[in-house]
Design a protein around this ligand. Sequence first.
Ligand code: ATP
Ligand code: MG
Ligand code: MG
Ligand code: MG
Length: 439
Amino acid sequence: MRVSRSFLPVLKESPSDAQIVSHKLMLQAGLVRQTAAGIYAWLPIGYRVLRKIEQIVREEQDRAGAGELLMPTLQSADLWRQSGRYDAYGPEMLRITDRHKREMLYGPTNEEMITAIFRDDVKSYRDLPRTLYHIQWKFRDEVRPRFGVMRGREFLMKDAYSFDLDEAGARLSYYTQMLAYLRTFKRLGIQAVPMKAASGPIGGDLSHEFIVLAPTGESEVFYDAAFEEFDWARDSLDYSDEAGLHGLFEQVSTTYAATDETHDEARWADVPQDRRRTGRGIEVGHIFYFGEKYSSSMGLKVSGADGGMVVPHMGSYGIGVSRLVGAIIEASHDDNGIVWPEAVAPWKVGLVTMRGDDAASIAAADDLYARLNAAGVETLYDDRDERGGVKLGSMDLIGLPWQVIIGPRGLAAGNVELKNRRTGEKLELPIDAVVGHLT
Ligand code: ATP
Ligand code: MG
Ligand code: MG
Ligand code: MG
């Protein structure tokens, strides 16, 4: 992408109305713009990041055997009356009336809808177990939308739902999602610790929140340092290995990690002093097992192997895709701006000419840009006739993992500079070696 042809509105000043660093940086680097309280338009940079996160979430759901579908954002109130949640949900639900005076709502979550869809087509035990998911916008009329996309009213969520014939099967589905979550967050380049959670309004008895550590997080957290040291997402564990999945869950449950809501001083006291970690964290995912809550209230049952009817056990599994954009920035930035983990960076490389009026620099940069594109290296090319310092400042702010800087002096010797955004390390190398270095 050439900066001269794109819409990348970078602000000179840090916005004063944002309270936390990720929100400031998202506004300043031009990732989002608020269009109404808690509702955001995703500008090109922000949207690229959002899509990368979404894709990693999708790949890990698919790998864990979940099937993707897409349910609508608008739902009928009648659906929610079947579970009894229409009245129970409260003012966070945005209620809408259509021209025929039918009551509708903008979905804050999809348990009711998926249960109804599954109920209407699945009749036999042979069609279970199944886990289905979608990645769709949700609306919750938060009392205090704040911190930008971190607590928006409209936000993007991946929500998966599992259907099993009994509790043992449902637990296995839960452990499968737990592993998928650990892998997802690892690929996103962040550390998210699974913490025992109170199950809240959805109900049920087994629940974990995945928390990214950040000083601006809304929850206070307490956890064993083992969560930082051990590779929980290890690739050696296969989804078909039931004993391995049970073992993983056992290990997660017996290694202490809790938010202020579930913190247990007695168990905390058993964690060796030097392994106790405390801090603050952001909830980026939440998984629940809630048994027959929706299947029984909504009449989902299938014929069992012995001819009798079976009420499936369900679980639901959410990831805050849009919240993650903010959470990743909270966890990965410095004084100059965002420092994207490579997996979610909007582009891998920023190409900058220090002198946008120097014909030789322009020719060399145009040529390198074409070669990077041909090699499949995602590149943002700042081809504007703007001061070099200004361009470097916005590259740092935008936070791409690599910068290739072309200046007349180096170029005379056939060289350019390659800068690593995270470490700040600079390497002078022949212009012809750049593509090889970045692939
Ligand atoms: P919170 O405690 O932050 O209000 P929640 O517990 O109400 O979140 P869940 O119902 O567990 O949220 O939804 C699953 C995920 O959706 C959350 O873990 C979070 O990542 C994301 N999420 C929830 N509410 C919002 C919001 N208002 N803005 C952005 N993401 C959200
Ligand atoms: Mg909430
Ligand atoms: Mg919560
Ligand atoms: Mg939650």
